[in-house]
Design a protein around this ligand. Structure first.
Ligand code: PMP
Length: 330
């Protein structure tokens, strides 16, 4: 019989697929790595297993322990999924700007969700950061993974994402392109690909306009999961050869095109990564092989990027297609 011992064994080994339509006019082969096929639905499943393994080895997480992390999305799902398999409880601290469906997903996996006000300073005792630090002090057996600083994050990508890409492209990859949030994905995958190719593979980060990584004024933006306003320890700039900067409007337009033209229902940071990759690939020769990592699924963004009313309210253009069935007839 062919089956996995547990859902945790299904993390990783995600496929590469070629982009065929949005790449019009580009000579290079552009492949995307579809991380939404991980069991928790994102690339963060990879780091969750590694972070928990390391915390068990170091004695930071003991039987009956509790994982406490400020996270609103993918990292929480990844941690909850692995924690559940091993009998740990999870408490996630989320700011109140995080939508009810994302909180509901975390609760569905058995996690406890503590909601904190968004509109307070980080030093405020009610803030996201203060509350999670207090809970770590107060809950017996609490362990805080701290994905922004934890080196087991980039290490998981060094050990799995990088080798998978090298294996699946038979060493023919020339460019690796990814969005940068904590920096774990680009740092770990990029380090492996640089080492195995003797520095031949170019590593390009994609960053939202307003984020710290690619320079320029730091301000808020709408795309989720990527960009920062501080330098996390999980980011290693020495493996990154350059950055492409992408606006929210370009990210969201490409996210919608990927669903309609490539059949890839992915999140906004995936659209951003592809928009950046196409800009970088524009002048590459036909023998270049570009691999772009797509972190999560579009299911979590139905009320935003895929909602025409939300898009218009936030000043984004949406393509209009004449309906086959006029509204009056329905
Ligand atoms: N996209 C999404 C949707 C994410 O949740 C994350 C993780 N914050 C990223 C991209 C970036 O990955 P990393 O933290 O490894 O840089």
């Amino acid at each position: 019989m062919r089956y996995a011992q547990s859902v945790a064994d299904l993390v990783g080994n995600t496929p590469l697929v070629r982009l065929n339509r949005v790449t019009e006019g580009i000579a290079a082969t552009v492949l995307v790595k579809i991380e939404y096929l991980n069991p928790g639905g994102s690339s963060k499943d990879r780091i969750a297993a590694n972070i928990i393994d390391a915390a068990e080895r170091d004695g930071q997480l003991l039987p009956g322990g509790v994982i406490v992390e400020p996270t609103s999305g993918n990292t929480g799902v990844g941690l909850a999924l692995i924690a559940q398999q091993r009998g740990y409880r999870c408490v996630f601290v989320v700011p109140d700007k995080v939508g009810e469906d994302k909180r509901a997903v975390l609760r569905a996996y058995g996690a406890e969700v503590v909601v904190t006000p968004t509109a307070v300073e980080p030093e405020d005792p009610q803030s996201y950061y203060s509350v999670s630090d207090r809970l770590v002090r107060e809950i017996p057996g609490a362990f805080k993974p701290n994905q922004y600083e934890n080196q087991n994050g980039p290490r998981s990508h060094y050990e799995t994402t990088g080798p998978e890409i090298w294996r699946d492209t038979e060493g023919r990859i020339t460019h690796f392109i990814a969005g940068v949030g904590t920096g774990g994905t680009i740092s770990g995958t990029g380090k492996y690909l640089k080492e195995v190719s003797d520095g031949r593979v170019q590593v390009i980060g994609v960053d939202p306009v307003g984020s710290i990584y690619s320079g320029g004024p730091v301000h808020t933006y709408d795309v989720e999961g990527v960009g920062e306003d501080f330098w996390p320890g999980a980011y290693d700039g020495s493996v990154v050869d350059g950055f492409e900067k992408v606006s929210d409007a370009e990210s969201f337009a490409m996210t919608r095109r990927l669903a309609r033209e490539e059949g890839l229902l992915v999140g906004g940071s995936s659209g951003m990564a592809v928009a950046g990759a196409l800009a970088a690939a524009r002048d590459l020769p036909a023998d270049a092989v570009v691999v772009v990592l797509l972190p999560d699924s579009g299911r979590g963004y139905m009320g935003k990027i895929f909602d025409d009313a939300w898009m218009r309210e936030h000043g984004y253009e949406v393509e209009t297609v004449e309906p086959l069935v006029p509204a009056a007839a329905t």
